[in-house]
Write a new protein. Structure first.
Length: 658
């Protein structure tokens, strides 16, 4: 994407309005070349629409007529206005009664602040980026300790293959994707004596190659798109590396509730003793334990607030070993475990698969599945170098994630009407508390405590859970409302005293994964009214938890929600203003790390794309083995459930293949 000189000037004006620095010690967005980073994010995306959207927005802000009629200028271009006038325009957009204006604001805000704080955190211990990090109290990056003993032996590198020229090869089963589901399927099928090839779009990032910064994680571990839903309301993260979401997650393991199991059983998926046995097998292989979940300060605050309110609190079980420091490195766990303590797929299932003869290919994105009759015969992949790899096979396991799995099937004309439908996101809202004592929210066990007090708000198993998460500058900036530049920066300067409480929704409503003109996935999702009601309850309770924990100032992720100072004003008044601030497009910051159900299993083809063993109804030698297969939202982090279902589906496929 080539921007004109005027477009680049407009982009600089926009990012500098969101993040002007302080004119003294704190650099502006332009000082950090955040505009260039914003462009690079758009250019990484394979979707033509992402680059076009940014380019068109910049052209509009450089158009005198648009600026006069929509932004309310006197005909000046945005870049020619004073800072005060530019800031007023952005504030007006954020408060507009028109959702399209709020959406425009949200798109610009998202890319500007993400670029600013990721650029700042990547500047090392010197330079303007380091000045920004020092100003907000975020410590400089430190060299990580090398793993010891068994962890060092377990970290012997995997040996994936890359294809640099066009090639054709063959195997029994192609596994597309190497995350929680694909890795398990590969290991199980290889154990059954089948010749397996794993195709992974991302690259192999060994612990020693992990940088631990937001920029490093976004660049090397996460998918280049989609970053946001079409309406810009929800930030989306999905993994794009060997090991997938098991590498880029907090390592927590949860069993589904009885309500969820009953729901899935009613939809035709067996959740009886065989499923329990599969869960037990997963827990044993990845070493799930509760002994390495020492509470971080933010967990202690969650626990105190819940106890004072009479709400239950539980310890998060995690798949880590005793090399986990539960400190500096653990706080960066979502950006990959640099000390190799997390039992991700690279340490477990993929290693098992490779030992049993499976071949792993990285930098290879499956673009189509070729079918004869109703049987898959080959998978065609495009490599990161632009060459093409064709793998002939007897069966295919698709485990590319809830965005890419339906995209692959849709490009191949497979799966029928349910492909891409029924998308659940576990939308996550936040409440943030500022405390007198230092919290250091980036430090400590990634997530050690949670509360399921409101996991069932409707009697059907739909509701919210409360949990904490490490807060890096980029994460904090995405949730802290931008009401003007100075206020946002002042909150960011209190980062060491900030605790973020996540409200994770088990969503009853659903969205859809669509294909854009270039054949890439795009996400359409709006909160259903029942889900908004549950989020309101969750955010209200999160505010009360933070108050009970001793926060001196509390605010939500709502753009116009204001803040609450306990003791200075009635809490009911603040909660009423929060309700009025809304949960619609551009009204609240949401994020999703757990997309599901876009190729769901069901008892019949009328209700889902795959049968209860994950096989497509219209092509039974194609099996789904990732979060796409879940009948409905799991309500908790789904890694363990995905692995158990993938184990069962792979066993069924191995039996059919004989």
């Amino acid at each position: 994407m080539d921007l004109s000189t005027r477009q680049r000037a407009t982009l600089s004006a926009i990012v500098d309005t969101f993040a002007p620095g302080d004119g003294v010690a704190i650099p502006s967005a332009s000082d950090l070349r955040a505009g260039d980073l914003a462009v690079s994010y758009a250019m990484r995306s394979p979707r033509d629409s992402d680059g076009m959207s940014l380019s068109q927005s910049l052209s509009l802000f450089d158009n005198r007529v648009f600026c006069a009629t929509v932004l309310g200028t006197r005909g000046q271009r945005f870049a020619d206005l004073s800072f005060a006038d530019r800031e007023r325009i952005l504030i007006d957009l954020s408060r507009s009664r028109f959702s399209q204006k709020r959406m425009l604001f949200k798109r610009l805000r998202n890319i500007a602040l993400l670029a600013y704080y990721t650029a700042g955190g990547a500047d090392g211990n010197h330079g303007p980026g380091a000045d920004l990090m020092a100003a907000i109290g975020y410590p400089p990056q430190t060299p990580h300790k090398k793993p010891r003993g068994r962890a060092m032996r377990a970290l012997r590198p995997l040996t994936p293959t890359r294809y640099e020229i066009d090639a054709t090869t063959a195997c029994d089963v192609v596994v597309v994707g190497s995350g929680a589901g694909g890795s398990v399927a590969a290991a199980q099928l290889a154990e059954a004596g089948l010749d397996v090839i794993v195709l992974e779009r991302g690259e192999y990032v060994a612990p020693s190659d992990m940088g631990g910064t937001d920029l490093d994680g976004l660049s090397n571990l996460f998918a280049p798109s989609p970053f946001w839903t079409e309406n810009a309301q929800s930030f989306l993260l999905s993994a794009n590396c060997l090991g997938g979401g098991t590498v880029a997650s907090h390592g927590g393991y949860f069993r589904p509730s009885e309500a969820v199991l009953a729901d899935w059983s009613a939809r035709g998926v067996d959740t009886g003793p065989d499923f329990d046995a599969a869960l037990d097998a997963v827990w044993q292989r990845v070493g799930v334990t509760s002994s390495m979940s020492a509470p971080a300060p933010r967990d202690e605050l969650l626990e105190k607030g819940c106890r004072d309110l009479g709400l239950p609190v539980h310890t998060v079980q995690r798949a880590v070993d005793n090399n986990c420091d539960q400190g500096v490195e653990c706080g960066r766990c979502g950006l990959g475990c640099r000390i190799g303590a997390k039992h991700d797929a690279g340490r477990t299932w993929l290693r098992d698969a490779e030992k049993r003869g499976a071949r792993i290919v990285t930098g290879a994105q499956a673009r189509s599945i070729e079918v004869q009759g109703n049987r898959a015969r080959s998978v065609v992949a495009r490599t990161s170098g632009g060459s093409w790899l064709t793998v002939r096979c007897s069966a295919v396991v698709v485990a590319a994630g809830a965005f890419e799995t339906p995209a692959l099937l849709a490009r191949s004309g497979l799966g029928g009407q349910h492909v891409g439908k029924h998308l659940h996101l576990h939308p996550t809202a936040t409440a943030l508390g500022v405390f007198s004592d230092v919290v250091a929210p980036w430090y400590g066990t990634t997530s050690a405590r949670y509360s399921d007090a409101h996991a069932d708000l409707d009697g059907s198993g739909f509701g919210v859970i409360y949990e904490t998460a490490p807060v890096t500058p980029a994460v904090a900036s995405s949730y802290v409302p931008w009401r003007n530049a100075g206020e946002h920066l002042n909150v960011m300067r209190q980062l060491p005293h900030l605790s973020l409480l996540r409200v994770v929704l088990r969503d009853r409503g659903s969205g859809e994964v669509m294909m854009d003109s270039s054949g890439e996935p795009s996400v359409r999702y709006d909160l259903a009214e029942a889900d908004r009601a549950h989020l309101r309850t969750g955010v209200d309770t999160a505010v009360r938890i933070l108050e009970a924990a001793g926060a001196r100032r509390i605010f939500t992720g709502q753009q116009c929600g204001g803040d609450y100072v306990p003791g200075d004003q009635p809490i009911e008044g603040f909660l009423g203003r929060s309700h009025s601030a809304g949960y619609g497009v551009g009204e609240i910051a949401l994020a999703s790390f757990e997309a599901m159900s876009t190729v769901r299993m069901a008892a019949s083809s009328k209700r889902g794309a795959a049968d209860p063993d994950g096989a497509l109804w219209d092509a039974p030698n194609i099996v789904i083995a990732d979060a796409s297969m879940l009948p409905t939202a799991s309500g908790v982090h789904p890694a363990g459930v995905i692995q158990a279902l993938a184990l069962r589906n792979a066993r069924a496929l191995a039996t059919r293949l004989g």
